[in-house]
Design a protein around this ligand. Structure first.
Ligand code: SF4
Ligand code: SF4
Length: 111
């Protein structure tokens, strides 16, 4: 399952959030069970439990939603500096693959 996740992540352009912004981390996020396990669980108290002193403490294990926002033409963010933007079709294809991965995860009993 992680190999597939890595394959999906690899399609997302690298991106940098400007000026220590962590607006996205104030939102309740979604993730697969594999991602939850890899980031060591998740709790939400108005911000993500992995946000410490304005920084993500699980950056290398952050889930897809934290990676893709700001890197797509349909998920734009003015504060981001991605190396490029995913087009609409590419974004939808990634979301489709990710949804399938989560379905497979559920089907395998990893709920
Ligand atoms: S993606 Fe944009 S809004 Fe979200 S944390 Fe980065 S700079 Fe801030
Ligand atoms: S996992 Fe990291 S990037 Fe994602 S919401 Fe939490 S602190 Fe922010």
């Amino acid at each position: 399952m992680y190999d597939k996740l890595k394959e999906i992540y690899a399609k997302i352009p690298q991106s940098k959030c400007e000026n220590g912004c962590f607006e996205c981390c104030k939102n309740l996020i979604q993730f697969s069970e594999e991602e939850k396990s890899r980031m060591g669980g998740y709790e939400y108290n108005g911000v993500c439990s992995h946000l410490v002193d304005g920084k993500c403490t699980v950056y290398d294990s952050r889930p897809l939603v934290c990676r893709i926002f700001g890197t797509s033409e349909i998920l734009r963010c003015d504060g981001c500096e991605p190396e490029g933007f995913l087009g609409k079709e590419e974004t939808l294809e990634i979301m489709k693959e990710y949804a399938q991965l989560r379905k497979n995860e559920e089907a395998s009993g990893n709920k």
